[in-house]
Design a protein around this ligand. Structure first.
Ligand SMILES: [Zn+2]
Length: 189
């Protein structure tokens, strides 16, 4: 059994000061960095990144913050970069998503070096269990974790290593994850 950590979208634009700042994003970046700086025990550590060029209605000048958003994580801009609070750089792979679509799920992402899909990469490396953390809990972490479970990976969301766009939704969301067969725990417990 190999266990992977999937770090979702810890990018400048999703943290304080960014184009689509999620409250607590920078703190989450620091906490994930702290975990990865120690003996974390994962067989593989991968990242996903929003990487938009022309994602259509995902961007809006009058966003509703549910289905449309201010422009963010545009490919090649500083906002698309990994947040500096997450200094970790030894990724086994980084998966870019959303060039021409919303792409909330990391499983829509492809390896920036090889073009391989995240699910194929994990299976190739014998991964059966994944832990998911990052930003935002109620969008890209949610979609990535649900897709991981649907793809047959034993899936755990590390709730203390996430930040939510709508924090008030988190209690209901955690119940939904459990109902969907996901595990929910805190990394630091
Ligand atoms: Zn996006």
């Amino acid at each position: 059994m190999n266990r992977a950590l999937i770090v979702v979208d810890v990018q400048r634009d999703f943290c304080e000061g960014g184009a689509l700042a999620v409250p607590g994003g920078a703190a989450v970046a620091g906490e994930i960095n702290r975990m990865l700086s120690g003996d974390h025990g994962y067989d593989m550590v991968v990242a996903t990144r929003d990487h938009h060029v022309d994602p259509g209605g995902h961007f809006s000048d009058s966003p509703d913050f549910k289905d449309s958003w201010p422009p963010h994580c545009v490919a090649g801009t500083s906002g698309a970069e990994q947040h500096p609070g997450l200094a970790f750089a030894e990724w086994d792979a980084v998966f870019l998503k959303g060039r021409d679509a919303a792409a909330y799920s990391g499983f829509e992402g492809t390896d920036e070096r090889t073009g391989e899909l995240l699910g194929d990469f994990l299976r190739k490396h014998g991964v059966t269990e994944v832990d998911v953390c990052g930003i935002a809990a109620d969008y890209c972490v949610d979609a990535t974790a649900r897709d991981a479970a649907a793809a047959g990976f034993g899936t755990t969301v590390l709730t203390d290593l996430t930040a939510a766009v709508h924090p008030e939704s988190l209690t209901d969301l955690m119940a939904e994850w459990v109902d969907a067969g996901l595990w929910v725990r805190e990394a630091m417990e």
